[in-house]
Design a protein around this ligand. Structure first.
Ligand code: PLP
Length: 388
């Protein structure tokens, strides 16, 4: 069989493939503690389960509906943006998608022509690169600055005649960095000056620590027109498998994304749109409460993990948001990140993500997720201590 250049030109998500390999071993009976994936360990909250029960058996929950989301869902998303991001969006400036992953793909597909360049800040979540490449566009990697912050001067230097957009991820996977007002203002200024779009992936916006609040790019001058804000419910409500994400952008951008989605997969799951309506409209207080509870719990997990790694002399950047730690592989082992991850899996039954997944300059690191419960984190650290 001859396969398309497009299919041959991309990789299966490193993170998904690595996770499938690990799950296969667990299925065979191996004792593995998983810290390799961005999977919150919380059960789906009770109020979401109640909404699911309420929608079950409701009329027309099995029917097709609007490609971009029902009017009620889109209005609720606009309201959500007002509360969470402090930005004004109208219903027509929202789209509900199959996870944030689809929102990202639709945004890239709406904005990039083959040969266009898209600037991606490293270390990065690897899906950005493959989606951009799949469209025949070219990712241009710019390294993050000090403490994994945004380095506007370096981004500016990378802008060329084919540059169409910049991708940022705040709070960041895999570094846990968050971006402040000054850095975001510079990105907004640069985008306006060079006539660029910005894809701002903010799926971890509910998880910011130390009393700080998330700063969304949405609120900066000109960003209503130029930015596509990506968000979703996978991480916030611990429902990664239900595949509910969304984007906020100018109406014209959203209209183009809807056009593509209409021919790709049509509407996002009707049943779960009804569930989302229940959750966002009628159970909103519980939603907000759950976010506050998980934020506190993640902060405790971060402290536990960070202290445990420090105790072993493992250098790492203390996350200000999201639920990942990017740590340095102990030099004495002399291992690259794939070798180190395989070693930990084989010898300690501990699964982490190799740093190389997040950029070629990060082969001396590994990413440890603290989506897992504190007891699992403690056990994982204990296993790590034993093999190191
Ligand atoms: N963006 C980032 C930075 C992520 O880490 C993830 C998932 O790990 C996603 C987007 C995808 O989220 P979803 O499950 O909504 O597709």
């Amino acid at each position: 069989m001859i396969f398309s250049q497009k299919a041959l030109g991309i990789q299966e998500s490193f993170l998904n493939k690595w996770d499938s390999d690990i799950k296969y071993r667990i299925g065979k009976g191996e004792d593995v503690l998983q810290f390799n994936l961005g999977q919150p360990d919380f059960a789906c909250p009770a109020f979401v389960q109640e909404a699911i029960a309420a929608v079950n058996g409701r009329e027309r929950n099995n029917f097709y509906n609007h490609t971009g989301g029902t009017d009620a869902v889109r209005e609720a998303l606009a309201e959500e943006a007002r509360e969470l991001l402090g930005a004004e969006y109208a219903r027509e400036e929202t789209i509900l998608t199959n996870g944030a992953k689809e929102a990202l793909f639709l945004a890239f597909a709406a904005l990039l022509n083959a040969g266009d360049e898209a600037i991606v800040v490293a270390p990065f979540w690897p899906t950005y690169l493959e989606q951009i490449r799949f469209l025949g566009a070219v990712p241009v990697i710019v390294e993050a600055g000090e403490d994994f912050g945004l380095e506007a001067a370096a981004i500016r230097k990378a802008v060329g005649p084919r540059t169409r957009l910049i991708v940022i991820n705040n709070p960041n996977n895999p570094t846990g960095a968050t971006y402040g007002r000054e850095a975001l203002a510079e990105i907004a200024r640069l985008a306006a000056e060079k006539d660029l779009a910005v894809i701002s992936d903010e799926v971890y916006n509910a998880t910011v620590f130390d009393g700080k609040e998330h700063v969304s790019l949405a609120g900066f001058p000109g960003m209503k027109e130029r930015a596509v804000i990506i968000d979703g419910f996978s991480k916030a409500l611990s429902m990664t498998g239900y595949r509910l994400g969304y984007a906020l952008a100018a109406q014209e951008t959203i209209a183009n994304m809807i056009k593509i989605k209409s021919d790709l997969n049509g509407n996002t799951n009707s049943f779960f749109q009804m569930v989302l309506e229940e959750v966002l409209l009628r159970r909103h207080a519980e939603f907000v409460q759950f976010l506050a509870f998980t934020r506190e719990e993640y902060a405790l997990r971060r402290d536990l993990l960070s202290a445990g790694l420090a105790e072993m002399g493992i250098e790492h950047h203390r996350p200000a948001g999201s639920f990942y730690v990017l740590a340095r592989i102990p030099q004495k082992l002399g291992m690259g990140s794939r070798e180190f991850a395989a070693y930990l899996l084989d010898r300690a039954g501990v699964a982490v993500a190799p740093g190389i997944f997040f950029g070629e300059n990060y082969d001396d690191r590994f990413r440890f997720s603290f989506g897992s419960a504190r007891a699992d984190l403690s056990a994982g650290l204990e296993r790590l201590r034993a093999v190191l």
